[in-house]
Design a protein around this ligand. Structure first.
Ligand code: NAD
Length: 339
């Protein structure tokens, strides 16, 4: 049994990771600024500490001596509406950098045996992701750096921070760059949700013969990795000797309209897609359409070489599970309103 601390365990990936590691018999302590919305705490951990990790005194309390592993997933983040409008840039950079500065130092002071840091594909340079059909997200394409968001710049800074602690203080780190992780028990409404959840929600809320709005021209591309495979990939990386940074994502690239169509097909509704872009978008919402880079896909050669394992689940399978869960949430909301 390992003593494990999961920072950001009140969130989507952290909650699933905690559940898996607890089910394997480990002692799990979570710290997050908020409770988990969808998991019962007894299901995912032994201790749940509500605390703000930007505060060094909280981090001192949460990370004790004799901890085997720390998983650092806490970040001030969200979907395109949160990250790409520019309105939250200062908070995103300050809060996440503060958390990482506190955590990396405390892990050295408390002699934590191994630390996982969750970086993001958002740190890759924009100039390599202009062609939607041919993005380059190979790990060694990171420099010269040019992320398209402050969120991406902070991730790049923090990867370097953990690797610097490794070189100077022997901190045993593993760094992964996640590419769009999705699945049930994640944010599905409110502006911080990612595109798979947004598509499932829009389709679940729409009438049989209705229409959903998809931001942009729908031709921008992404890949999406189902949560269970993400957790498996993280745990295998932790077991390996490879520090990273390494991509954790799917190589099944689809356009955003194709993603929307997958959700529509799963619902078996006769829904049309309406793309909203440019001036039309601005006139409706009062800000520029927040899209991010034109194309992005995971590149898994390095992970495969170093870890000897590949993710393989088709996107459709994960989307079916996610759609089922999100349509249940939509139904619950509807029945709450009609009470
Ligand atoms: P999430 O928002 O669901 O989880 C992050 C958690 O961090 C939240 O529960 C939040 O309350 C917590 N947190 C934020 N500020 C905090 C603070 N000051 N103190 C304590 N807790 C705080 O996001 P997620 O999707 O589970 O992502 C987990 C990690 O993976 C993040 O670092 C994110 O940047 C990274 N990542 C995720 C994706 C993805 O597709 N989900 C992609 C790339 C990278």
């Amino acid at each position: 049994m390992k003593k494990i601390v999961i920072l950001g365990g009140g969130g989507f990936i952290g909650g699933h990771l905690a559940k898996r590691l607890k089910s394997e018999g480990n002692h799990i302590r979570i710290c997050d600024i908020k409770k988990h919305e969808y998991f019962d705490h007894s299901e995912i951990c032994d201790e749940f500490i509500i605390g703000d990790l930007t505060d060094p005194s909280v981090v001192r309390l949460v990370i004790e001596e004799n901890v085997d592993e720390v998983y650092q997933l806490a970040a001030d983040m969200g979907g395109a509406l949160y990250i790409f409008t520019g309105e939250h840039d200062a908070d995103v950079m300050h809060n996440s950098a503060m958390i990482n500065l506190n955590v990396a130092r405390e892990c050295v002071l408390k002699k934590v045996k191994k630390v996982f840091y969750s970086s993001s594909a958002c740190m890759y340079p924009e100039h390599n992701q202009l062609d939607p059909n041919n993005p380059n997200c190979q790990e060694d394409s990171a420099y010269p750096a040019n992320p398209d968001s402050e969120y991406g710049w902070e991730k790049l800074f923090s990867e370097r921070l953990y690797l610097a602690y490794n070189r100077n203080y022997n901190l045993n780190v593993r760094v992964a760059r996640f590419h769009n992780i999705f699945g049930p028990q994640g944010t599905w409404t409110g502006g911080k949700e990612k595109s798979p959840a947004a598509m499932c929600r829009k389709v679940a809320e729409e009438n049989e013969n209705g229409q959903i709005e998809v931001w942009g021209d729908g031709k921008q591309t992404r890949s999406f990795l189902y949560i269970d495979e993400c957790i498996e990939a993280v745990l295998r990386l932790m077991e390996s000797d490879f520090l990273g940074p390494v991509n954790i994502g799917s190589e099944e690239m689809v356009s955003i309209n194709e993603l929307a169509q997958i959700a529509i097909d799963i619902s078996q509704k006769n829904i049309k897609i309406r793309n909203l872009d440019g001036q039309e978008f601005f006139d409706k919402y009062g800000f520029k359409c927040p899209l991010g880079v034109k194309g992005r896909n995971s590149h898994n050669k390095l992970y495969n070489e170093k870890i000897g394992w590949m993710v393989s689940q088709p996107l459709k399978v994960g989307m079916e599970k996610t759609y089922t869960w999100i349509s249940e949430q939509v139904q619950k909301k509807i029945s709450e309103y009609s009470l």
